[in-house]
Design a binder for this molecule. Sequence first.
Ligand code: DQA
Length: 147
Amino acid sequence: PLIAVLNGPNLNMLGLRQPDVYGRATLDDVEQICIQAAERLDVAIDFRQTNGEGELVSWVQECRNRARGIVINPAAYGHTSIALLDALLAVDLPVIEVHISNIHRREEFRHHTYCSRAAAGVICGLGVRGYALALQAMTDMILDEDD
Ligand code: DQA
């Protein structure tokens, strides 16, 4: 099965960007973590990042009939984008939302995410290891669906 791992705006700056908040791992490191988790779990992944809201919406739409699930770090668009929420609802796939930082201990405007309404679950505050945890949970969910 194919799991899409989609990353939103400014995540291309990981490692450089507020390392006190997001850590020192780069987006390439995150991709490596996901590739290794996928090998272990025997699933395929399509790992992508974009700064564009419209592009993220299009990628979510493309997952329909192609992927079995979506792991998404929507970054700031999680807090702002009803379009992204609507796309996630439209594809009718299991969604797991990931945030590297603990959004609930940060500014009030980060506490709410529209995406969460479409998500089976949310992982936040566990750093980049949250991606591997999300892939593990998504694989379990797909196997359960197949039973
Ligand atoms: C983030 C948290 C968001 O609030 C922020 O806008 C990001 C990254 C995280 O992974 O912790 O860009 O999604």
